[in-house]
Design a binder for this molecule. Structure first.
Ligand code: SAM
Length: 285
């Protein structure tokens, strides 16, 4: 059975009385070529634990099961569980967890499996793309890589460089935790039903060593938030948004870091954000 064929999705809908949920971001992949690209980019070996976010009817899951040691897929929609049990019935190395991925302790799953680290895959539900990515990264997911499909616009923001329109808090945060690789740009027509926008697949490789040295990670993220929270303001104004710093402290911070106070957050690279954050950390902020 070609799981990814639109005719299969129609048959499954009929057989189970399943209704696709728009609010759960259910746009299923129907292109084998794109499925292969995601699986190939993940470089799955027979030693790997794969964690999949949102398996849908299991198009990626089935391919991962053929290559990995073990696959754990987290799906929020309980109506998809009997369908997945059916579509994946030939594999004995898969576990489906019926839960909201944002409320699931993925590191506990990884530890329990006896694997040191996992590889994460998914065609993400678009209504919570950014929260999922940030939860994985901030939660310190024990993974080597995260190969995921998302709206193209979000992928563009993630890989942006300083000085571009799309560069923002998400770019800095993801690039702090990961190196970012393009896998594919995906036209909206290959989904059932087609979403309104095109998509892209990125592979994020978790860094062994962070690219900047920080005295306090929290302060780094506070500076990013303050800077981009008021992205049209100059740094001398936007950093006041930190709340517990004075205008004079901001001025001396920027002077010490050699950063012109008229610059905006969108022009700062990771090193410059780190210099600002470390200055305030040393002040005890
Ligand atoms: N992987 C399938 C594919 O490529 O055809 C389905 C992808 S579809 C874009 C997103 C999937 O994520 C849906 O199956 C949806 O029910 C599931 N989902 C939505 N919100 C979720 C959440 N908070 N936790 C886990 N799964 C979720």
């Amino acid at each position: 059975m070609k799981l990814y064929a639109p005719s299969t999705i129609r048959e499954i809908k009929e057989k189970y009385g399943f209704k696709l949920s728009k609010s759960l971001g259910q746009n299923f992949l129907t292109d084998k070529n794109i499925i292969d690209k995601i699986i190939d980019a993940t470089e799955i070996t027979d030693e790997d634990l794969i964690i999949e976010i949102g398996p849908g009817i299991g198009v990626l899951t089935a391919e991962a099961c053929q290559k990995a040691k073990r696959v754990v897929a987290v799906e929020i929609d309980r109506n998809l569980i009997p369908i997945l049990e059916d579509t994946l019935s030939e594999y004995n190395n898969v576990e489906i967890i019926n839960q909201d991925v944002l409320k699931t302790d993925l590191n506990e799953i990884i530890e329990k499996s006896g694997c040191r680290r996992a590889k994460v895959i998914g065609n993400l539900p678009y209504y919570i793309t950014t929260p999922i990515i940030m939860a994985l990264l901030e939660g310190g997911i024990h993974a080597d890589s995260i190969t995921i499909m998302m709206q193209k616009e979000v992928a563009d923001r993630i890989k942006s460089n300083p000085g571009t329109k799309t560069y923002g808090a998400l770019s800095v945060a993801v690039q702090y935790y990961c190196t970012v690789r393009n896998v594919a740009v995906v036209p909206k027509e290959v989904f059932f039903p087609a979403p309104k926008v095109d998509s892209a697949v990125l592979r994020l490789d978790l860094r062994d060593e962070k690219p900047v040295e920080l005295d306090d990670e929290k302060m780094f993220f506070r500076c990013i938030k303050a800077g981009f929270g008021q992205r049209r303001k100059t740094l001398s104004n936007s950093l006041i948004g930190l709340g517990d710093v004075t205008k004079e402290e901001v001025k001396s911070c920027l002077e010490a870091a050699g950063i012109d106070e008229k610059r905006r957050a969108e022009t700062l690279n990771l090193d410059e954000f780190a210099a600002i954050a470390n200055y305030f950390s040393k002040l005890g902020k």
